[in-house]
Structures are given as C-alpha cells and as structure tokens.
Design a protein around this ligand. Structure first.
Ligand code: PLP
Length: 427
C-alpha cells in the first residue's frame, strides 16, 4: 500500500488501485478472526497491579483513623479529614471543602444534577425540574456526562472544544442570552477524548463571564488531574479561587476520583466547591447515607499518605501506558499522515486519542473495523444524543490492550480508515 498517497488529490486510476489493495487487506483482516478492543478507557491489568497492596490494607487490627475514630463503624458523612487533606491538595480544593463520596465520581455528578433538579442549587432560584433547562456540552466529550442529562430530559447544546478549552466566544454569547442554560460540562485537563487542557484565559473567562442564569454552574470534572503522559506535569488554573476572585464563588462544582489512580472499581471519589455548595450537598447526602466507606479511606491513606506518593504512583502508571500511546501515534503517523484523510490528537495526558476522519465516514470506519474483529467506540458516542453531526469523530482508547494487541488493532484500524475514505472518494 502506498501510505503516502494523498487520497483527496489522487487520480481515478490511483484510487482504484488503492481501493483494490485496501479491500484485499481488509479481507485478510477479516480472515484473521481478530478479537481486539479499542473502546475501553480502562486501566490495564498491569496498572491495577501497581495498587495491589491495597488488597492487604489497612490490615488486621488497623481500623483506627488518625484521630482514634473506629473506621469500622457508622459515621463521618464527609469522609476522614486526613484523606480529604491529601486529595484536596491533588484536586486543588481546601480539604474542608472536599467531600469523599464513595467509589464513583460519576455517581456524585449524577447526585448533584438530580439534587439541583429536585431542589435547586440553594441560590434562592427555582428547582431545575419543571423548567426546560439546558447544559452546554463541549464536543467531543464524555458520553456518560451526556447520559446523565438525557435521562433527566435536560437539553444538551453542543459547543466546540478547542485545544485550550471550549470556544469561549460561543459559550459567552449563549450563557449571556439564555437564563435556561444552567450548566456546562468541563473536563479541564487531558479532556476525554481530545486531551485538551483549559488555558488560564479560558478558566478566567468561565469564572467571570456574565450568565443570564444566576444559578449557572460549571461541572468541573477533573478526572485526569494527575494523569500525565509526558515529563511535563501540565498545570491547570485554580477554578475555585478564580471563581471567587471573579465574584462568582458558587459557580464551580468540582469532581475527581482515584478510579484511574488506584483500583478503578474500588477507589475514592470527591466533590469540592465553596463552603456553601459543600453544605448544600451535605444536606442531601445526609438523606442518602450514614457515611462513606472509611475502611477504604484508611486503606488509601496508608497506601497514598500524601500528594507526593500520588505523584510517584502516577509516574509508574505513565511507564505502563505512555509506550501504548507512543505506539498508536507512531502507527497512525506511518499509515495515515500522507493520506490527507485523517487527523488525530497527541495528548499530554489522560486516556484517549481523538481521531477525525472525513465527514460522513466515522460510522463506516467503525463498521469496517467491526467486520475485522476490532471493536471501536460507536461513532457519535462523543456527542450529545449519540449524534455526531459530521459523523467524523472516533475515540480511541489505547490503555487496556496489551502492546501486541494494540499494534494489531491500530494497524487494522488504519486500513479501515483508508478504506472508508477511499470508498467515500469513489462515490
Ligand atoms: N469522568 C471522566 C471524564 C471519565 O473519563 C470517567 C471515566 O472514564 C469518569 C468520570 C468516571 O469516573 P468515576 O470512575 O470516578 O465514576
């Protein structure tokens, strides 16, 4: 295959030859009966092994919190102060303004939206339920954020996500004009799936922009706060302090978890915000639970006693997954760079690569890959309602497969991208 052929400018003869070649390669892939998966933004087993020590912690007899509390018993609605202090440093929130809330930050996000729908945000405004409200959704984005809103009948308005955050010209115009726009999803660092990192300017604008809704909220999902893939530990501006300085102290709800730091299904999750917002959530948490799993908190405290221990562990994660990203990026470049039909992101952290194929081709590429035994995230998943208006974005998740599987899957994927693009060019 001539991987340097510029498909958009190829002659009909060149295209026909390339098409025949790619069809043959695709047939070989189908015949190989592969079963490969690039869909899952999950830690690999080797990453989970890094936290195996947790399985033996806190250890027989070690059930006392630093202040003597018996962690086996009920109590302590917001989590152990020592745990909140460590993770407050990681997520840039004062420990007293951080709640530990169980094994899933997504569950906390769901709780927060549901509580605002049922009760309002505590600003003296109406509950969000009973009104037709909307959220801004930077795209491409995280499908599970969209699922929360869709389930509650909240209208989703896509806004473009650029390399340094959402397109603020679009965002500012929309929120200034429409009092029914109540929120925006933000994955501010190493965004899922594009790897975008919000610049200080974007953070400042989000914090200070005039909004027609007085109960407007930024849902700041800092899921990849410490998930660096390079030497550079990219910095993110302090959203809480920036909102406060801008005179909007209640604007940001902050979320994070240890899901991709320790054990994805058995970690700790966090909600942070202004003292007022924390008290607001606490009131509803009181109705839902007597308290979080303090034994799991103790286990994490023994394993990761301070932010420096978290940094150390993340360096070990990086050693496992950076070679996977490097391999995928190398194969994409070798096989697609000269074709003129695909672009992709080169993230400095996080779990994903975002691939753009020609308009109208993403579903076809995903279908071709499926025929070849390579599972890709469904086309459209990165957009509200599962609908990518251009049908061009595909989310790639290199972390879970072994290097050998990843190599086969990425080689196969590039055949499908080229075949999909040539088919389109021929129609
Ligand atoms: N937020 C983002 C942006 C994610 O990508 C993910 C998982 O992929 C989650 C949240 C899930 O977080 P948790 O495991 O804490 O529920």
């Amino acid at each position: 295959m001539d991987s340097t052929l510029d498909i958009a400018h190829a002659s009909p003869e060149e295209l026909a030859a390339l098409h025949a070649d790619l069809r043959a390669q695709h047939r070989d892939l189908v015949a190989a009966n592969l079963s490969l998966d690039l869909t899952r933004g999950k830690p690999a087993p080797a990453q989970l092994d890094l936290s195996s020590a947790l399985l033996d912690l806190p250890g027989d007899g070690n059930y006392r919190a630093p202040d003597g509390t018996d962690a086996r018993n009920y109590g302590g609605l917001t989590g152990l102060p020592e745990v909140r202090a460590v993770w407050g440093e990681v997520f840039n929130v004062p420990g007293a303004q951080l709640i530990e809330g169980g094994n899933s930050s997504l569950a906390l996000m769901h709780d927060v939206v549901v509580n605002a729908v049922l009760h309002g945000t505590g600003d003296g405004e109406l509950a969000w339920g009973g009104q037709q409200i909307s959220f801004l959704c930077p795209v491409p984005g995280y499908d599970r954020h969209f699922t929360i809103l869709e389930g509650l009948g909240i209208t989703m308005i896509p806004v473009p996500l650029l390399a340094d955050g959402p397109d603020m010209t679009v965002v500012k115009d929309l929120v200034a004009a429409d009092p029914q726009i109540k929120g925006i999803w933000c994955i501010p660092k190493y965004s899922n799936p594009s790897g975008s990192v919000y610049s200080d300017e974007v953070v400042a604008e989000l914090a200070s922009m005039p909004t027609a809704a007085t109960d407007f909220r930024i849902f700041w999902d800092n899921a990849y706060a410490v998930h660096h893939l390079t030497e550079e530990a990219v910095e993110l501006a302090d959203i809480l302090a920036t909102c406060e300085a801008a005179g909007n102290p209640e604007r940001a709800y902050i979320f994070g978890s240890t899901s991709k730091i320790t054990l994805a299904g058995s970690g700790l999750s966090f909600f942070g915000g202004s003292a007022k917002n924390v008290a607001w959530l606490q009131k509803f948490l009181f109705c839902r639970t007597i308290g979080p799993d303090k034994i799991n908190e103790l286990r994490h405290l023994a394993f990761l006693p301070d932010a420096a221990a978290v940094t150390d562990l993340m360096a070990r994660h990086r050693a496992v997954i950076a070679p996977k990203f490097d391999m995928m990026l190398r194969i994409l470049a070798e096989n697609l760079a000269g074709s003129g039909v695909a672009t992709w992101t080169t993230p400095k952290g996080g779990y994903f690569i975002s691939l753009e194929v020609p308009d109208g081709c993403a579903s076809r590429v995903v279908a071709l890959a499926k025929e070849a035994g390579i599972a890709l995230t469904p086309a459209g998943a990165t957009f509200p309602y599962g609908k990518d208006p251009k049908d061009s974005n595909i989310r790639l998740a290199p972390t879970f497969p072994s290097l050998a599987d990843l190599e086969k899957a990425t080689q196969g994927l590039t055949v499908c991208v080229l075949l999909g693009a040539v088919e389109k060019q021929l129609t």
